[in-house]
Design a protein around this ligand. Structure first.
Ligand code: URP
Ligand code: ZN
Ligand code: ZN
Length: 491
């Protein structure tokens, strides 16, 4: 006995057609018209769409960063993701400075024991030495095929060009992909103190400390080095025209280079959001910063013309109104380091958030919520408003993420033999975006008040029902680690 989705409209990256879909156990068994109903649980999908579960390849759950720890974890964050139609994500393991890649992996494995949806890991390299160089190829045995390097966040995560190029050569030799956060961190580190010294401390000056030029320059550098090393490159969270131009130049030259943007960059602007009165703009502080309306338009065009391959979130949420409490004291007393352990004892406590940077924009924790919102707001602005087709929507949010990161065709599509990660999407269901309708652990939503039409009403992961309307059916530990394949597609 399987589950038969009857009379729905299937959307994949290549087609949109009326058909039935049968799943048996964890996989998709049959796709076709008028499939027999006998012995199956039948779901009438008349008027509904069937899409693959979304894949968000850029998340930071439970990340120690900016003097605190990001709010959502492999429990609440997973639930929120699924309510928004995302059934798989890839999080960034961070190599501890002075430690090994395996040290980082052990930390992330411990965070992931509560998993409710499927997940994978990228490896962020922060400290390259001979031992780490030798360790990189062994990540393939762990199903990790992508390496992340930060060209910004000086004295925290930032690496130098020698590290970047050296890592690219190793990656190229082993069928791995290099991902970069492309901003010139040295220039940012020169601009920030000058702004602060001039009394420019409000959130909006974060954008002046990280102008489009430093993103364009770093993107160009990474693209050229990738071309030289013949290393597949994926530029994360691209925001602006100079960066898109650098990527286009590399692609026109035949370099194996790709890029993503994140949904927030398609909607939010410095003038309207970062420059909001008082400290309100802190909600929108992320790096690279949100940009201008012209950049938003350029990003939509790049999503359409194939310059960009993927939409992700860079989900990294912090309380707007966090607080300082006994968390540090508890750590000192017990030696504990796990936020979840602490929170069990004091569920009312909020870890510090954006308020860390009141009076100094450079101390505002960088990042915002989005994991649950991505598919909802991109469907509204992309498909409903005629910017992208439903097929391109599926390609950008489901199929390409799986292809680029070595999970296709297991994930990212509805095809016979693929995992039965299925969204039953009601294109007519309306909702107001905001904290009241969100499942993320955050006290603000960057799309507050936005009206959307279209959302998943049922969400399946490997044949298991996770979401049914407002009901949650997932279970801790049911989320599965997805080992990924090397030599993945270069799109
Ligand atoms: O502001 C951001 N993007 N926070 C998360 C860390 C990163 O740079 O991706
Ligand atoms: Zn980044
Ligand atoms: Zn990120």
């Amino acid at each position: 006995m399987g589950i038969l989705f009857k009379n729905g409209t299937l959307i994949t990256a290549t087609e949109m057609k009326a058909t039935d879909v049968l799943i048996a156990g964890e996989t998709i068994e049959q796709i076709g018209e008028n499939l027999p109903t006998a012995n199956h649980e039948v779901q009438d999908c008349t008027g509904l769409y069937l899409m693959p579960g979304g894949i968000d390849v850029h998340t930071h759950l439970d990340l120690p960063f900016g003097g605190t720890i990001s709010n959502d974890d492999f429990d609440i964050g997973h639930k929120a993701a699924a309510f928004g139609g995302t059934t798989t994500h890839i999080d960034f393991v961070v190599q501890p400075i002075g430690g090994s890649l395996q040290d980082g992996l052990a930390t992330w494995r411990a965070k992931s024991t509560t998993a409710q949806i499927d997940y994978g890991y990228h490896m962020a390299i922060t400290d390259l030495n001979d031992a780490v160089r030798a360790e990189i190829p062994t990540l393939l045995d762990e199903g990790i095929t992508s390496l992340k390097l930060f060209m910004a966040y000086k004295n925290v995560f930032q690496i130098d060009d020698a590290t970047l190029f050296s890592t690219m050569r190793i990656a190229a030799d082993h069928g791995m992909l290099v991902m970069v956060h492309a901003e010139n961190g040295d220039v940012e580190a020169a601009l920030t103190p000058a702004l602060l010294a001039a009394g420019k401390t409000a959130p909006k000056f974060h954008a002046d400390s990280r102008p489009p030029e430093i993103e364009g320059e770093a993107t160009n550098r990474a693209v050229v080095l990738a071309g030289l090393a013949q290393c597949p490159l994926y530029v994360v969270h691209m925001t602006c025209i100079p960066a898109l131009e650098a990527l286009r130049r590399g692609r026109d030259a035949g370099y194996p280079v790709m890029g993503e943007t994140c949904c927030q960059y398609c909607f939010l602007s410095v003038d309207e959001h970062l420059a909001a009165p008082g400290f309100e703009g802190a909600k929108y502080v992320c790096s690279p910063p949100i940009r201008s309306a012209a950049d938003q338009e350029a990003l939509w065009n790049a999503l359409n013309d194939g310059t960009l391959q993927v939409v992700s979130t860079d989900h990294c949420d912090f309380w707007y109104d966090g607080g300082h409490g006994p968390w540090q004291e508890w750590q000192e007393k017990t030696g504990g380091t796990n936020w979840a352990d602490y929170e069990k004892q004091d569920p009312s406590y909020r870890r510090p958030g954006k308020e860390l940077g009141s009076g100094d924009f450079s101390k505002i924790p960088n990042g915002m919520p989005g994991l649950e919102d991505r598919m909802l707001v991109m469907w509204e602005a992309g498909v409903n408003q005629g910017r992208i087709s439903p097929q391109r929507f599926v390609e950008l949010h489901c199929t390409n993420p799986a292809r680029v990161f070595g999970m296709h065709p297991q994930k990212g599509t509805i095809a016979v033999g693929s995992d039965a990660d299925i969204l039953v999407w009601d294109p007519n269901l309306e909702m107001t975006m905001g904290v009241a309708t969100s499942h993320m652990r955050c006290d603000y939503n960057v799309y507050e008040g936005m009206q959307i039409r279209g959302k998943p009403i049922r969400v399946y992961q490997r044949g298991n029902l996770l979401v049914d309307g407002e009901e949650w059916h997932g279970r801790n530990g049911n989320g599965r680690y997805i080992p990924r394949k090397a030599n993945a597609a270069i799109l």
